[in-house]
Design a protein around this ligand. Sequence first.
Ligand code: HEC
Length: 150
Amino acid sequence: MNRIMLVAALTLAAGAGSAAAQSVTYENTVKDLVADRCGRCHGKSSPSFADFEKDKAQWKKKTKGPRFDSYAELMVLVKGTDAGALMRRLDDGKNTADGKPGNMYRQLGKTDEDRAQRLDVMKKWVGNWTLKRRNELSEAELSKISAVEK
Ligand code: HEC
């Protein structure tokens, strides 16, 4: 998908409130958003989540975060072993304890408007936007995180 189509898809997906709005899935929106905005540092030249965990400092120096160019890998950071990590890093500061945005928020876009729009898309996809860590999340809270693939 090229950039113009991506923007069009995001605009459609963000069609707030409209019951007719297509629901956000990994396949219809998130995959391209992540490839476009995160792929440079979380794509195929990045370490697996396990390898990243082994030596974070080394990867950080190379500006590489854990690889998540597949649904399964991304889910680790949404509701897997590192649940909530995606939300903690992308939050704009409205839900954080210190009121500061997560350090990946700025990667969502070049302008405030782009970032806000993409954050909205990610929130719709996740469903239950929580900044809690895996061990703080109840089964009920976890099950409210939708983040569907298709
Ligand atoms: C310019 C490179 C770069 C881009 C672009 C980037 N990231 Fe990152 N990301 C990193 C680096 C380096 C780390 C590891 C250092 C750290 O924790 O801040 C990281 C860490 C993370 C983590 C924490 C992983 C963990 O297990 O600790 C998440 C979640 C994340 N990024 C999400 C994203 C998302 C989502 C996007 C796209 C909207 C994105 N990042 C775009 C470089 C990038």
